[in-house]
Design a protein around this ligand. Structure first.
Ligand SMILES: [Zn+2]
Length: 310
């Protein structure tokens, strides 16, 4: 009896989650069986299941490829439902582009269904270091939605920084350029379609966040290398599908502004307060969502790292 009740409860919860998915992710069909699932640019909330980032879906005759797995088992189920709706197939492969919570903590859900989890060794190293702490931090915001979520990094981490993968007859590259938002961030590049699924190397519509784990200097380098692929279209880590020019304006130019500005001020030993004050005015970027919440902290962290010489 208890089992039946639990199963019923599970079915009810699952239904509610599926309904929520409608408002949480916007689907963008890019052709050739490639889809972008665009999350909100707001913060992580119980309503959006922490799916405030973007995800990629690639249909193949053998099953679906999902790029990034969501921040919890609940979030992974929402993604799973969307993938089945779009492709009519289960997820056979999950590729992680990064080590931030919403890129990979849903891996366990897909692994339990037999999906292969694919990530670079660098990415897995950061996931392994941060996973437990990420779950604890998310429990404060997402509460019981984190129940049952355990870190599940790829068991077959890929040693080379550039991997060509053939999955279900589709060729894609999983490539690391440099540490960025998190150490070990990577992109998925579809060379034939010239589509870049950039993970957290690129943000549009909202301001990117320079976190304690971020390195703005190497991020700028990674950004430039990613754009050198000359993508026709970009599924950014956050924000709507864009072209290279928008990515340049809203991520590349901002990183250059912060890196060049803090470098000069650190060379002058201006001090962090003066740096934040001097670079506070950034009219080219102040229209981006989250600017007033993030910009000063971004400059602060970038300056301190520059001053420390790392
Ligand atoms: Zn992110």
């Amino acid at each position: 009896m208890k089992k039946i009740l639990l199963a019923l409860l599970g079915a009810v919860l699952f239904n509610i989650q599926s309904v929520h998915a409608e408002g949480v992710l916007t689907v963008d069909a890019l052709g050739d069986g490639i889809f972008a699932l665009i999350g909100q640019t707001a913060g992580r909330t119980p309503e959006n299941h922490g799916l405030n980032a973007n995800y990629g879906v690639i249909d193949t005759p053998e099953g679906a490829i999902l790029i990034d797995a969501g921040a919890s088992t609940v979030a992974a189920r929402v993604l799973d439902t969307e993938v089945r709706k779009l492709t009519g197939k289960p997820v056979k492969w999950v590729i992680n582009t990064g080590a931030q919570d919403h890129r990979w903590l849903g891996n366990g859900h897909f692994a339990a269904q037999g999906a292969q989890i694919i990530a670079l060794a660098r990415t897995v190293a950061t996931q392994t270091r941060l996973g437990k702490g990420q779950i604890e931090a998310l429990q404060r915001e997402l509460k019981t939605q984190m129940d049952g979520t355990e870190p599940h990094p790829s068991r077959q981490a890929l040693a080379d920084d550039r991997q060509t993968l053939t999955l279900g007859g589709r060729t894609l590259q999983l490539q690391y350029f440099a540490d960025a938002h998190f150490p070990g961030d990577a992109v998925v590049w579809l060379p034939k379609e010239r589509i870049l699924i950039s993970g957290d190397y690129i943000y549009v519509d909202r301001l990117l966040g320079i976190l304690p784990e971020s390195n703005a200097t190497t991020w700028l380098d990674a950004f430039n290398q990613a754009l050198a692929l000359q993508p026709a279209r970009i599924v950014p880590g956050h924000g709507r599908v864009c072209d290279a020019a928008q990515a340049q304006r809203e991520s590349g130019d901002y990183l250059a502004f912060v890196v060049n500005g803090t470098r000069k001020l650190a060379d002058d030993m201006a001090g962090v307060d003066v740096a934040v004050q001097t670079l506070n005015d950034a009219p080219a970027f102040s229209h981006l969502k989250n600017f007033s919440d993030l910009h000063r902290g971004n400059v602060n962290r970038a300056y301190l790292r520059m001053e420390a010489g790392n």
